[in-house]
Design a protein around this ligand. Sequence first.
Ligand SMILES: Nc1ncnc2c1ncn2[C@@H]1O[C@H](COP(=O)(O)OP(=O)(O)O)[C@@H](O)[C@H]1O
Ligand SMILES: [Mg+2]
Length: 273
Amino acid sequence: MPRDHASADKTLLIATKALTRAFDRRTVVDHVNLRVHRGEIFALIGSNGAGKSTLIKMLTTLLSPTSGDASIAGADLRREATKVRQRIGYVPQVPSADGALTARENLKLSARLYLIPPAERDQRIEDALARTRLTDHADRPAQTLSGGMMRSLEIACSTLHHPALLIMDEPTTGLDPVARDMVWRHIRELRQSYGTSILLTTHFMDEAQALADRIGIMRAGKLERVGTPDDLRHELGAHATLDDVFVHVAGADAAPGRQASHARMRSGARSHG
Ligand SMILES: Nc1ncnc2c1ncn2[C@@H]1O[C@H](COP(=O)(O)OP(=O)(O)O)[C@@H](O)[C@H]1O
Ligand SMILES: [Mg+2]
């Protein structure tokens, strides 16, 4: 007997039920009900401090919820944490590749970490290098790679075990447009080749618009709004941009200029008064 409807639904890669996390009695993720479907690219946006990273850390089992439940790739977050870990890939906000090792050496480490059978390792690694166009750079120290290549390498490391779900926290923050483009292509190819579902956070509205099937807007720990980029825009007005939507939904708890990345994100917003 399935425990609940969410865990029985094979088309849902993420189904959270009132997922909540508090630090010292301060609730920073507040009864979030998030649903991400199989094969979907879902972007979480929200001001700094809205709770995006905390939510992601719970979904990846790195942080335990204060209350609530979740089913991740068909496994129960609380009771089947090991299964969850086997079925997801995670690219954290901070760089995760070892710059002193080569790209190939980084992938070899991941192959061991993810328990890929030794007979399959070399092929998996060569495939990953080819897919990320890193074959010709495989034996250079990772720290000499461009920003886009480095990020692609980190994504390749985190998906070597072909997880059903890839979770990434701000995968393109700090990258130039060329590097961002490389990462976008990589993300789309992962979905196309393996049907990987993707949850990512971003500060860039153009990225959410270009990449995501659906967007969730977090504000002060709550998932305030979910929809396709077009639906979210049209809800606000015929000529609304995603920046307008962001300011409208998430803007109230964001003091102007409080954070550089937030200021950057708002800079393209048009007035909708
Ligand atoms: N380990 C922690 N201890 C105490 N407070 C934390 C901890 N991690 C995050 N917070 C707080 O939780 C809130 C949400 O943070 P975070 O999830 O990082 O937001 P976001 O990723 O949206 O910027 C912030 O106010 C932050 O200071
Ligand atoms: Mg964060």
